[in-house]
Design a protein around this ligand. Sequence first.
Ligand SMILES: Cc1ncc(COP(=O)(O)O)c(C=O)c1O
Length: 345
Amino acid sequence: MIPFRDTYRDIPLYSPAKKPCRVDLSDNTNLFGPPPSAERVLREEGLQRLSRYPAGYAPDLKRAVAAYAGVAVENVTTGCGSDDVIDCALRAFLEPGDVVAYPDPTFVMVPLYARLSALRPVPVPLKADHDVDVEGLLATGAKVLYVCTPNNPTGTVASRAALERLVDRAPGVVLIDQAYVEFAKGGDFMDLARTRPNVLVTRTMSKAFGLAGLRVGWAVGAPALVAEVEKARGPYKHTSLGEAVAVAALTEDVPWMEACVAEAVENRERLRGGLKVLGLEPLPSEGNFLLVPVPEARRVGEAMRERNVNVRVFEGLPGVGDALRIGCGPWPLMASALKALKEVL
Ligand SMILES: Cc1ncc(COP(=O)(O)O)c(C=O)c1O
């Protein structure tokens, strides 16, 4: 008899609509492309790195992240995308059956990863002003509280006052997902990861740094927290090529990344203007995307795909309703999205 797991019976495979489109604005990646150093590393080191294993626990990457984030190497863990760091952190701090709580709506992978570790995902609605409901999250008694800021898919941010209160009173670990922090005006909570014993801040090379295909993420926290996540992670979560490219990007391409971010943010606000002209009202956003409430989002998204523009469709989001999430990058792509949307609304 095959020992199928009861807790896996109803778990679906993750499959967002991904019809190939000329303009793909569906995943919040860097639409300007990969960082310049990547081409050199692939050319100079690509082949020779293929036949041997990478070093366990990614020491070069940890050193580069530590220098970039201004922390000690002992404060850093890494993973196969920040997805993986989140997954490992849930496994590291919770036993099967435990609760993980998070504001709703938020990053869709969190409840999925919770279920993969036989945890109980408990959503707590975002407040009407889009801040986190501290009391609601604490009332769940969860030993891991996840907060994404800037939040995917809303683009809105958690206030410092709320997050500090949450961290002060949490019975366990607060996981702060800052995949989009490079695009935000402030709201960088790395200081909490450096100074509090119960905060892990996750970051990624997939968004502002343009390396989503390489699957490199990282987190900063107290050494005792990091050590537990490293146990849950295992030694080989990166390819040696992925590690080398990420190290080069962190050490050489920060100015390039900042230039991409500035342009994405400028175009995000220009896109907001265009959406308002269409009579739409996007949420405030500090990410490289806008969430715009649109009735019949599924129909609209499908019709946009027919016009070669892919945006992410959400249906019945708590507090928002149907909506489209539109990734921001070079203006010609934004113009294509606006044109397609205007035709199908
Ligand atoms: C909020 C948030 N966190 C984490 C991730 C995962 O990114 P990655 O696994 O590529 O680092 C994403 C990707 O969409 C995201 O939106």
